[in-house]
Design a protein around this ligand. Structure first.
Ligand code: NDP
Length: 302
């Protein structure tokens, strides 16, 4: 299979490219910065990989079997009004470009599948509700971003199979929220973040990569699919498990303010969570490698 990937240089994308490359697929890395991508994917380790900046995306997409769209300005940052605008616009801009290139492609070279990222922020936040793919969208800023992001992907040609993956908080060692939370957790000896009652819908990096990989090749993966583990936890439990795995006591609450200092207003992703279940992935029989946060954290931190 030939696969074009936007956001390939990011936390999830890097692992996805490694996985695709290991399985001998041809990969087109669609990036804003060739030099950055060349450092991340050196030719000696990734022979045959194609790296393209604009305007080279067109030739890459036309001729690919599938496209994975992961690009967007990171959310875990300080949110000025400018940044908020760019968080939304970066996702809409790249998704729109990808969709236009797919739609404009002659039939013979049009990719047959688009796997496009979105986020569980779609549902808004709640300490009591349980959300699955049929649940309505929330009414906060992140819900609005996700709705518009998804609506842009939905413009893709109807002959192209579209899988929209609503991703939860991805747990992995070298990036994402966990990498930022661990030093903070160490500093405060670890304890609940904020009130601790908020839900934390997490997924291990290996599982989100496997889910995207499966969505590329399996025609049953279509429409919205939540990319979250089967057992979301409240933040208190997440912190307790993190404390256990790290061999540190879990007794001092980490103040919201400290979390906001490292994650910016993007801390809301952690501080105002939602309980999201992967109903579709379970229906599809997706084999989660990590269903429990304890096992995921052990695998990441050991
Ligand atoms: P990263 O932040 O690690 O990487 C995203 C990539 O997007 C970058 O490598 C970059 O690629 C590109 N990018 C960054 N800023 C911009 C911009 N202003 N305009 C266009 N492109 C930009 O993301 P993740 O790998 O963590 O996540 C991938 C996608 O999944 C994101 O869209 C994210 O919102 C979503 N998601 C992630 C979650 C997580 O926990 N990680 C949770 C929920 C959703 P380049 O420089 O090569 O162009």
């Amino acid at each position: 299979m030939t696969v074009s990937v936007t956001g390939a240089t990011g936390f999830i994308g890097r692992r996805l490219v490694q996985r695709l490359h290991a399985d001998n697929h041809r990969i087109h890395v669609l990036t804003r910065s060739r030099s950055k991508a060349e450092l991340i994917f050196p030719v000696k380790d990734f022979p045959g990989i194609v790296i393209a900046e604009e305007p080279g995306w067109k030739d890459c997409i036309q001729g690919s079997d599938g496209v994975v769209n992961l690009a967007g300005l990171p959310i875990s940052t300080r949110w000025s009004s400018e940044i908020k605008k760019e968080i939304k616009q970066s996702r809409i801009r790249v998704t729109s470009k990808v969709v236009d290139l797919i739609n404009d492609a002659p039939d013979a070279v049009r990719p047959t599948v688009l796997v496009s990222a979105t986020a569980v922020g779609y549902y808004g936040s709640s300490e009591t509700q349980v959300f699955d793919e049929r649940s309505p969208s929330g009414n906060d800023y992140l819900a609005e971003v996700c709705r518009e992001w998804e609506a842009t992907a939905l413009r893709v040609n109807k002959d192209v199979r579209l899988a929209l993956i609503r991703i939860g908080v991805v747990l992995g060692k070298d990036g994402g929220a966990l990498a930022k939370m661990i030093p903070l957790f160490m500093m405060f000896a670890g304890g609940p973040l904020g009130s601790g009652k908020q839900w934390f819908s997490w997924i291990h990096l290996d599982d989100i990569v496997n889910l995207i990989y499966e969505a590329l090749s399996n025609p049953s993966y279509k429409g919205v699919i939540n990319g979250t583990a089967p057992n979301p936890v409240r933040l208190t439990e997440m912190c307790e498990q993190l404390g256990n795995v790290m061999g540190r006591p879990s007794w001092l609450p980490v103040p919201d303010l400290a979390l906001k200092a490292v994650l910016g207003e993007g801390a809301s992703v952690v501080l105002e969570g939602q309980r999201v279940l992967p109903a579709r992935a379970k229906e599809l029989g997706f084999p989660f490698k990590y269903s429990y946060v304890k096992d995921a954290l052990k695998a990441i931190l050991s």
